[in-house]
Design a protein around this ligand. Structure first.
Ligand code: T4K
Length: 372
């Protein structure tokens, strides 16, 4: 049967929104108090609820995920080299570089595309101060091995946990691993506050510093002790986060059903690789990455075939960070061959709570019916 072109574009994701009335109701107290930002009532309430949901003792809120990561790294007061992954969004590396630190790229494994822990130690030098892995697509890194290496070499561990809101590992909130973890609450994420970010941290002493760094480094009415930034989450964001949190479990359940359908249809097909599932992880079903390795059509052909039907997958994450224009001459993707290969073969398929199951079937049909 011929698959019709969609009239409206099917995009890689679509922000979940609460019922409009629910959000409008939340806005009334903001109007009454005229307190719009700078750590208002919703900010505090949101923080308290997030601690519960994430099963995390220590966390701070930020205006977006990137600034959260940048300021989280600043709070650790590091110098030197940070071992990180090139298979990520621009933010991870930029946050390192904007802190005056030097990224050192470690390759990824080809099972779940997180940092290859067997390759970390050979990259450690006397300048290394931290390891900054990414739980990419919500796939949890080998947190035990990474911590063991960090402990042995006295290094900090900074997780870019942008994709992992609400996930657990052996029942433990993922926020509890490493020295800090950053969660993105961007509109495109499983859970969002329009824009937003969280830093969870192990050392409770970081609490005041993180709070001050997101508020220009101000430490009192007449004192500014740090060169901080403006990273404050406003009340409209916090209100959106509070509303969305009420609906989150239902949203994740819908995503789960869609991912299961994708997996049912695409797994076991020669040339198509899906991420290995980790039974220790409770997933949030953030992304649907598919790798085409030796399939009868290449990644770019599949991308184009879907686009002909007005279905727009994305090439997250292509190109690798170590081949960006802004880092040209400094790094090379030939140093991380697995990341370079996967980034040329991966496509993230549309996935969002309101995506109809029939569209998942159409996407799979388009992929599976492609002629050579
Ligand atoms: N670390 C990692 C590993 C990350 O992936 C990210 C962000 C960060 C750090 C930094 O966190 P934030 O500072 O962003 O909190 C998107 C997101 O903007 C970005 O948050 C995300 N990663 C990245 C993977 O994806 P783009 O440039 O692809 O976004 P865009 O505008 O093309 O949107 C993608 C699709 O989302 C659209 O086709 C439709 C849908 N969409 C988009 C927006 C803006 C909506 O449904 N609603 C919206 O409001 O980066």
């Amino acid at each position: 049967m011929e698959i019709k072109r969609h009239e409206k574009p099917v995009l890689v994701t679509r922000s979940s929104l609460p019922p409009l009335e629910e959000y409008v109701e939340m806005l009334k107290p903001i109007w009454d108090s005229a307190w719009l930002t700078n750590m208002g009532q919703y900010h505090e309430e949101f923080k308290a609820q997030l601690k519960q949901y994430l099963k995390a003792e220590n966390l701070e809120l930020f205006v977006n995920g990137h600034l959260a990561l940048e300021l989280g790294i600043q709070a650790l007061k590091l110098e030197g080299e940070v071992i990180t992954t090139p298979f990520t969004f621009a933010s991870t590396t930029h946050a390192i570089v904007r802190n005056g630190l030097t990224p050192v790229f470690c390759d990824i494994n080809d099972r779940d595309y997180t940092m290859d822990v067997e390759k970390i130690e050979s990259l450690i030098t006397d300048k290394t101060c931290a390891i900054a892995p990414v739980h990419v697509y919500g796939n949890i890194c080998d947190v035990e091995k990474i911590q063991e290496i960090a402990d042995r070499h006295n290094l900090k561990v900074i997780y870019d946990a942008a994709h992992t809101f609400g996930e657990t590992y052996d029942g433990q909130g993922i926020a509890n691993f490493g020295d800090i973890s950053m969660f993105s609450l961007h509109a495109t994420k499983v859970f969002h506050s329009i824009e937003g970010g969280i830093v969870s941290f192990k050392d409770p002493e970081l609490k005041d510093l993180l709070y001050q760094l997101k508020n220009f480094g101000i430490t009192g009415y007449e004192s500014v002790e740090y060169v901080g930034s403006n990273g404050k989450m406003n009340e409209f964001q916090a209100a959106m986060g509070l509303c969305n949190l009420r609906h989150l479990d239902g949203e994740i359940a819908k995503r789960k059903a869609l991912v299961e359908r994708y997996r049912e249809r695409l797994s076991g097909v020669p040339g198509i690789k899906l991420c290995e599932e980790n039974p220790r992880v409770k997933s949030n079903y953030a992304y649907m990455p598919v790798v085409f390795d030796g399939y009868r059509a290449g990644r770019d052909e599949i991308f184009a075939a879907l686009a002909e039907h007005n279905i727009h997958a994305r090439k997250y994450f292509y190109p690798c960070v170590n081949s960006y224009e802004c880092y040209r001459g400094e790094f090379s993707e030939t140093d991380t061959p697995v990341a370079a290969k996967i980034s040329r073969e991966v496509l993230t398929l549309p996935l969002f709570a309101e995506l109809p199951l029939e569209t998942v079937d159409e996407i799979c049909d388009i992929i599976l019916n492609l002629k050579k």
